[in-house]
Each structure stands twice: as C-alpha cells, then as structure tokens.
Ligand binder design. Structure first.
Ligand code: BES
Ligand code: MG
Ligand code: ZN
Length: 503
C-alpha cells in the first residue's frame, strides 16, 4: 500500500557503534567521512566546535555573522566544502534557548532538518549531538530528532509511476548509545502506529472501503489484537440503524470494526473512531472543493486503529479498545434521504435533517456499542466531524470537548508534548437539537456547528467519562512541515499514545 523510502541511520564500521534494528544506528564518535556535518547552536550563546580545524571554525563564524544567524530555533546556516575539514558541507541548526528545548521541538527540528538536507541532495549526514546539554537527557533529544526525521520521511507514493528515492543516511554521534537506542525503540512503535494511520488516510476511497479497512484491522491480529467486524445485518439485529443507515447508499454497506488490545485487567479505555471512507454529503451533497478531500473522513478511525497498533507493539500495560464506525456516505436509490428518521441502538430517534452531518450518526451507535460491550472507564471519540471546527481553530489545533476538566488537562499536556495540540471548545447549545418529529435532529438550529455536534454526541456518552476530539482539518496536510509530510497526517496517534502511556 505504501512505502517508507529508505532512510538508513547508519554508521560506518567503528567500534562503538551498535544497532537496534536493521536501519537505525547511533554511535559514540564522529566518523569524519566525507559528507555533511550537522552541528547545533544555542541562541545567543557563542558556539564552539573545538573538534574542528581552527580554520574551519573561523569559516563557520564568518558564515554565521554574514547570515545574521544567532541560533534561533529552526534557522539553518551552512558552509560548503570548508577548508581543512573532511566534510563537503557543514550545516548549523539553531536550537533556540536550551531551556526551551523539549521533545516536541526536537521532533519538529528533525523533520525540518530532513526536509532541508533532502533539498540539498545530501547523501550522508553526520549529526554531532553530544554538545547539546539541556534539562532533558541528550539521549532522549537525539532519539526525538531521529523520530522527527523518520516521521518526515514517510510518504505515500502508491500511485507515483516513478518514485525518486533518496539514499540519505544519518550517523548520530551521541553521548550514550544504549540510552539513545532505548528511547528510540519506543518511538519506533509510535512511528509504526502513525504510519498505519497515515496510509489508511492517504489511500483513495475506492481502495479503502469499510471492508478494506476491516481487512487492514485484521492484520493486527498477529500482534495479539482481537478484531471483530459486524456486517450491516448484524448491526440491524442489534438496532444500530444509525451506523447501518449512513452506509446504505454504498455497495458493501457499513461495518463496525472493533480492535481490542488487552495489556492489563483494568476496565478498558475506548477509542471511538469516525470512519467515513468517503463523505459525498449524501443527498445533502457537498458542492464545494472540500469534497475532493473527503477520502480522509475516516482519519479518526485510522488514528484509533494506529494507536491500538502502537500499544500492541510496545506491549503496553493498558487495556484499550478501538471501536470504529465505518461507512461510505454516498448517493444512491438506497441512501437515507433528508427528513428520514433513524432509531439508534441507544433507543434515541434522530431526524436526519442533513445527510452531510453523518459522522455523529455513525459515532452514536459506535459509542453505544463500546459502552454496552466493554464498559469502559473512559471513552474518547476522535472524528473529522465539522467544518465549523476548521473555521474556529484551523489545522494546527484539534478541538477538544468534555465536561471532564481533568481529562482535558491531561490531553492538552499530552498534545503539547508530541506536537499534536488540542484547544478546548465549549459543550452546550443542546437545546438547538430539538426535533419536531423525533427525539433529536442531527444538526443544530444555528449555534456553533462544532459545539452542537459535540452536544449531539453527549447523548450517547451516558455516565461514562467522555472526551470528544474534532480533528477536521488536521487529518490531511497539503504541504510538508516539521515532522509531518504532505498527505495523511496520522494526527491523534501520537497524542493518544502519549496520553495512554503517561496516565
Ligand atoms: N466530514 C465533514 C466535516 C469536515 C469538513 C471534515 C472539512 C474535514 C474537513 C462532516 O461530515 C460534515 O460534512 N459536516 C458538516 C455538518 C453540517 C452539515 C452540519 C459541516 O461541517 O459542514
Ligand atoms: Mg458530512
Ligand atoms: Zn463527514
């Protein structure tokens, strides 16, 4: 389905090098092979690189001065083929104030460094890491930098006839090889979950139907994940007419996909994913350009599944279940029509005033299923739910809605740590969902759309601790930035994994 271009983190044959996997190696001293040397500089602190020839050091100083480079975070300066050095090029990366350096800024720097070096067609980069001494151990920072490089490097080129693969190798010179490898190992599990979510999101809608998604989920069985798939008839038998109804206009119909990783005996955390493999809007059809991006309307389900994969790979001591409501929201003779009434499994009837507000319909039955069959401690739904959220927060923050202040705080902190930030929006306006004909209608009469959508979902949370994440706008990037390349972003996997592993 996709490829990871080969970024080999490699070291030439030097004694202090060891490997944790086929393509990642860190070492304890510079190799001084011809290639690019990457150095770091703190903001406003004069740099010293005593291991370089004096003339090379002078050249670097001159270049920094000429470029007015002060070590500001994210700035780069370089000199080509410095006299008296073994390198073709030396790049200095600004890291800002050492005390402000943390995991997320390091990951992002790794992504941007990789983008920079690729543009320069660099083949070998030696990264002199052991000069960075901040509050966070050098080994963790180095692992995060490598993580950022790898995350940036993963692209979806399934449909490119000729792919230009690069062969950029990295050699990291770190203080403590073992500690760095240890940190990086855990990050690799997170990468794998992110890559799964990205690939599922980037795949085109006709190749990523609810059935295709269910088959991808089944691949996690080899990791000890229990996967259950319900067909439309099975859902109807349970009364899940909302989830079943949204998929009625497509050939295969809806699926409920459940992926359970039980790494502990505590009650589970349930992750509820919106999995609309294509959102045409249905009879309330989308008329704007946004319809061309609607293969990504299953990104919530992809993030939930990716997180389960990460937990399984890390053998984490957590009990987590992803419950994903999958459907293609299409137009056909069999589709639901505006004005129809659907009875959810919860027993609440819903007037479908607008078939384009389909996400909340599939989530309502998925939330009911999670509560009924798993009795979770906490339920977090993740969904590309509303255009209103995009207007409010854009693509750099996800919207978080919950009555539970503690969970909002925990998830806000987790989001900052991994550079997948959330911003709280209000829950309310529930009075706007009154229907003349049913218990609820699926859109609000005025009022903020992201909030009325959340208010709708709240009816299906019961008394379970619940958080809603609206990731509309976060799921598909149009250009590469930091650790996130263009395409499916996998947004949510790092946030949820960080939260699960630290709480
Ligand atoms: N999938 C869309 C939301 C969306 C918009 C995701 C932009 C990503 C980018 C959702 O199903 C939708 O169509 N929402 C409507 C709801 C409206 C009809 C109440 C919207 O936000 O416009
Ligand atoms: Mg829609
Ligand atoms: Zn949608």
């Amino acid at each position: 389905m996709s490829t990871t271009r080969a970024v080999a983190f490699t070291a030439a044959i030097i004694a202090s090098t060891s490997a944790i996997s086929a393509d990642v190696q860190f070492s304890q001293k510079l190799n001084a092979e011809a290639g690019t040397l990457v150095l770091f500089k703190n903001e406003h602190i004069s740099a010293s690189y005593p291991f370089l020839h004096e003339m090379t050091q002078q050249q670097l100083e001159k270049a920094m001065l000429a470029a007015q480079f002060n070590g500001k975070y994210g700035d780069f300066v370089e000199v080509l083929a410095p006299t008296n050095s073994n390198y073709d090029r030396i790049v200095i990366a600004g890291i800002g104030h050492i005390n402000e350096l943390n995991k997320s800024t390091m990951t992002k720097l790794g992504g941007n460094l990789h983008g920079y070096l690729l543009k320069k067609k660099v083949k070998l980069a030696e990264v002199a890491f052991d000069d960075i001494k901040g509050a966070i151990p050098n080994s963790e920072l180095a692992a995060e930098l490598a993580h950022g490089i790898r995350l940036r490097d993963h692209t979806f080129d399934e449909y490119k006839t000729s792919t230009v693969s690069h062969d950029l190798r990295y050699l990291f010179d770190v203080e403590n090889t073992e500690a760095t490898e240890h940190s990086y190992q855990q990050l690799m599990h997170i990468q794998q979950g992110v890559f799964l979510a990205r690939d599922l999101t980037s795949e085109v809608a006709s190749e990523m139907t609810p059935v295709d998604f269910a088959n991808s989920a089944k691949e996690l069985e080899s990791l000890g994940v229990t996967v259950t798939v319900l067909t439309p008839n099975e859902m109807k038998a349970l009364g899940m007419n909302a989830l079943e109804g949204v998929g009625r206009g497509s050939v295969d119909g809806s699926r409920l996909v459940v992926a359970h990783y039980k790494g502990s005996d505590t009650p589970p955390i349930a992750l509820i994913g919106k999995g609309i493999t294509f959102d045409s809007g249905g009879y309330s059809i989308k008329t704007g350009a946004s319809i061309a991006r609607m293969k990504s309307d299953m990104a919530g389900a992809a993030a939930a599944l990716g997180t389960v994969k990460t937990m399984a790979l890390s053998k984490a001591k957590v009990n987590v279940v992803a419950v994903m409501g999958m459907a293609a929201n299409m137009v056909s003779q069999y589709s639901i029509a505006p004005g129809d009434v659907l009875r959810t499994a919860q027993g609440i009837t819903v007037e479908v005033v607008n078939t384009d507000a389909e996400g909340r319909l599939v989530l309502s039955d998925a939330m009911w299923y999670a509560r009924t069959y798993f009795k979770p401690d906490i339920m977090i739904d993740i969904a590309t739910l509303t255009g209103s959220k995009v207007s409010a927060l854009g693509d750099r923050y996800a919207g978080i809605f919950s009555a539970d202040d503690e969970l909002v705080t925990q998830l806000t902190v987790a989001g900052k740590t991994v550079n997948e930030q959330v911003w709280r929006l209000p829950l309310g306006y529930e009075d706007q969902l009154k229907s003349d004909i049913a218990d609820l209608k699926n859109i609000g009469s005025g009022g903020p759309g992201a909030t009325t959508a959340a208010a709708f979902l709240q009816h299906f949370a019961g008394d379970t601790r619940w958080v809603h994440l609206d990731i509309a706008g976060n799921a598909l990037a149009s250009k590469s930035q930091g650790e996130v390349p263009a395409g499916g972003t996998g947004f949510g996997v790092r946030l949820l994994s960080e939260w699960l592993l630290s709480n």
